[in-house]
Write a protein of this length. Structure first.
Length: 752
């Protein structure tokens, strides 16, 4: 290639051999191009043809020399647009190739985009926006942390300080007995810090602060989740059942010792054959008027209490849910305190305790089974806030309706369905912090000849993690709203709050499950190593979707509540009521369903919070009305109500999902409206937009079927989700650092 003419064709030859995907057809195209060059002699053409012979490729040394020659010839890389520009730079003055521009252009067209790919090999890093995207500090992280922590900021800081101590170093032993004892010791430290009795009355050592108790549960979840569940069973389920279902005599006798962990206990509700259906529990508590005792009895093996936390090793007492029997009459499920062990840990007569053994996760919690063989307890051990047995041996209750009394009793325990989703939220925050920190550091691939770029710069990686980050922020504000509703509840609101708690428990725990799986995959093999903690977070939260109520069952409870509210508004779901509701909803929707709106795709519209909320509200109302119509139709056709609801179960889940998505979006928007810092408000708005549009994208099939949007709009929404991910990426690290998770709790080497 010493001949000056031949230098002009170096880029062409480099193009041929730097692309190992070139086909035989494309080699033929090149040969035709060379044969068409009248400016070259026959010998020069033959020489070039010899250089595009598939059977005789150039050596690596020759290929590198061509690349070097090209790089030296290009003075202004920004001006290079095509192969011909490089050829022009390489050719010498005595060989004018300006007349070949059209032929070079045609060749590039015939070969597709290969010419562009060649040019990219010689671009600098500055030319790549993917390579140059980086983490920035665009807002005050500490200020946003304060916003997230809210009024509980003080207690959250205190808990983080305690769990960062050396004695809270993670247990590494695989022996569950060692692990269980470590978790018990941690609980004792927390009790000594007065965290356990936080919600109890002041005269029994507590602070009467349920808001701080929930904040403690959530913050502890940055540490070991076995500790959280053990803590929740002892001070929440066991202690709060005594406080909520008992009366003054029970408080005086038990609460102080429960709060100090002097009296470890259990919450014995679930049975082998009855979990979600509490009304169907078969354990009995038979009243004996002669000696004023109750006999607690397990009638058969499948009625044993199962999966009871604290039962296998540490529990001395238990709140046992059993059917009250007086003179052969069943008065429904009530709660009783039953001693299981003496103070030395010996199991008492008539009680059989089994060990659930090794589980998928939470192996620091001693779950067990309990069977009762005619165990006698004193009359005062009945938790009698809502029902009691008088001195004559008669059943008494301030609530005459059996149904209402039962649901009132369970309603006092709704706090568990607030603690669990908040714990799940913290686990999601931990997983996202590990994954996003790692993704900001881990480098893979990059522009040819330049350093590799952080994997968080890749659009697909952003797609995998950042919508989950947006949803986590949304759920955070949704759970703050639920907690506030619960703390400020009135009697008339309780059914709605119970349904909201059931729904948010499902929404949050399902979200955490999905987030942790995506985090595991997004960080590859590092996510599979136990040292990076994704496995513990995944395994420990897996049960969250089915305890404190199976999520699918809870979502049906939510849907039934929404239908009940619907019925109240429209008179027993009468035909006129439903038609009127649909008509009113249609009047609102008709403006949004006109061809201009259904196809509207400008940025201002797609990013508008009112568009988001209207879309969510429309979906919620339409699905609810549809389900109500369908249930009524089935019942009108002669189906039993039980069967009708069974037929539409899948639709019931949609009703609940649409309701929860609307609540979460609405509360996120309300929270943002209260933020004063402009930079923080800006990033939260982007997160809110990403949450809203990613949910619409997820449900785009429904919106298309309904006619609320056309394909052109849903496609543009998909592009906008991509763009929002890109826009949020520089702040992603700051957004997870805002969670302020103690490094000792995060404890993942890849997330330093």
């Amino acid at each position: 290639m010493n001949d000056s003419k031949m230098k002009a064709f170096i880029p062409l030859l480099y193009l041929v051999w730097s692309d190992d995907l070139l086909t035989q057809k494309e080699f033929s195209t090149l040969q035709q191009f060379i044969n068409s060059l009248a400016q070259l002699s026959s010998e020069e053409q033959q020489y070039l043809l010899s250089k595009v012979d598939i059977s005789n490729p150039p050596s690596r040394k020759e290929l590198m020399q061509w690349k070097s020659d090209i790089e030296k010839s290009i003075k202004d890389k920004a001006s290079v647009k095509c192969i011909f520009d490089i050829a022009l730079a390489l050719s010498e003055k005595d060989f004018d190739i300006s007349g070949l521009e059209l032929k070079f252009t045609k060749l590039e067209n015939d070969l597709g985009v290969l010419g562009e790919e060649l040019i990219q090999n010689f671009k600098t890093k500055a030319d790549s926006f993917t390579a140059t995207s980086q983490t920035n500090n665009n807002f005050n992280v500490l200020k946003l942390t304060e916003i997230l922590d809210g009024n509980e900021s003080r207690i959250i800081k205190k808990v983080k300080s305690v769990i960062s101590r050396p004695e809270f170093a993670y247990e590494t032993s695989t022996d569950i007995n060692v692990y269980r004892q470590t978790v018990y010791n941690w609980c004792k430290i927390l009790a000594d810090e007065n965290f356990g009795n936080m919600a109890y009355p002041k005269q029994y050592g507590g602070e009467e602060n349920i808001a701080d108790y929930f904040a403690i549960m959530e913050t502890l979840s940055y540490h070991d989740l076995s500790l959280v569940i053990k803590f929740g069973v002892q001070f929440g389920l066991w202690g709060m059942s005594v406080q909520s279902l008992g009366t003054e005599k029970h408080y005086a006798k038990y609460l102080k010792d429960i709060g100090s962990l002097k009296l470890p206990g259990c919450f014995a509700m679930t049975e082998t054959h009855h979990g979600s259906n509490v009304k169907g529990l078969e354990t009995t508590a038979t009243y004996n008027h002669s000696d004023q005792t109750f006999t607690i009895h397990t009638p058969h093996e499948k009625a044993q209490k199962e999966y009871i936390g604290n039962a296998a090793v540490h529990g001395q007492m238990a709140t046992v849910f059993a059917k009250l029997i007086i003179d052969g009459h069943d008065y429904g499920v009530n709660a009783f305190i039953v001693q299981l062990r003496d103070t030395k840990g010996n199991i008492l007569n008539g009680i059989t305790i089994g060990d659930c053994g090794h589980k998928m996760g939470l192996n620091g919690v001693d779950n067990g089974t309990i069977r009762f063989e005619n165990v006698a307890i004193p009359k005062e051990n009945m938790l009698d806030r809502f029902a009691s047995v008088n001195d004559k041996g008669e059943f008494e209750s301030p609530i005459p309706s059996d149904n209402r009394r039962f649901f009132t009793m369970l309603g006092t325990l709704v706090g568990g369905r607030i603690g669990i989703p908040r714990s799940a939220l913290a686990a999601a925050k931990s997983g996202l912090t590990i994954a996003i920190r790692y993704s900001d550091q881990r480098r893979q691939f990059g522009p040819e000849g330049d350093p590799e770029v952080p994997i968080l710069n890749y659009r697909m990686h952003q797609r995998r993690l950042l919508p989950h980050l947006a949803k986590t922020y949304a759920v955070h504000f949704g759970l703050q709203y639920l907690t506030s509703r619960f703390l400020n509840r009135t009697e008339s609101e309780m059914q709605e709050i119970e349904a909201l708690a059931a729904g948010m428990k499902s929404y949050s725990t399902w979200s955490t499950r999905d987030i942790l799986q995506e985090c595991r995959e997004a960080i590859g093999g590092k996510g599979y190593l136990s040292e990076n903690r994704i496995d513990a977070l995944k395994n420990d939260t897996e049960i969250y979707t089915t305890f404190e109520g199976d999520n699918t069952v809870l979502m049906q409870l939510v849907a039934k509540n929404r239908l009940a509210e619907f019925r109240k508004s429209f008179g027993e779901m009468g035909s006129f009521g439903i038609i009127n509701y649909v008509y009113e909803n249609a009047k609102t929707a008709i403006a949004e369903k006109n061809p201009i709106i259904t196809r509207k795709t400008d940025d201002e519209h797609l990013l508008d919070d009112q568009f988001h909320l209207q879309a969510f509200v429309h979906r919620e109302k339409t699905i609810l009305a549809s389900a109500a119509r369908r249930v009524k139709k089935l019942i009108d056709e002669g189906l039993e109500a039980y069967d009708a609801f069974n037929v539409v179960q899948h639709q019931m889940i949609d009703v609940a999902q649409a309701y929860l998505e609307r609540v979460v979006l609405e509360q996120f928007q309300i929270a943002i409206s209260k933020v004063e810092d402009a930079k923080i408000k800006s990033i939260l708005l982007k997160l809110n937009q990403l949450y809203a549009l990613s949910q619409i994208e997820k449900n785009k099939g429904w919106y298309l079927e309904d006619g609320y949007m056309e394909a052109v709009k849903t496609k543009t929404i998909r592009k906008m989700v991509n763009q929002l991910c890109w826009d949020i990426r520089p702040d992603a690290l700051s957004l997870v650092n805002t969670f302020d998770i103690p490094q000792s709790c995060l404890a993942a080497p890849i997330a330093v």
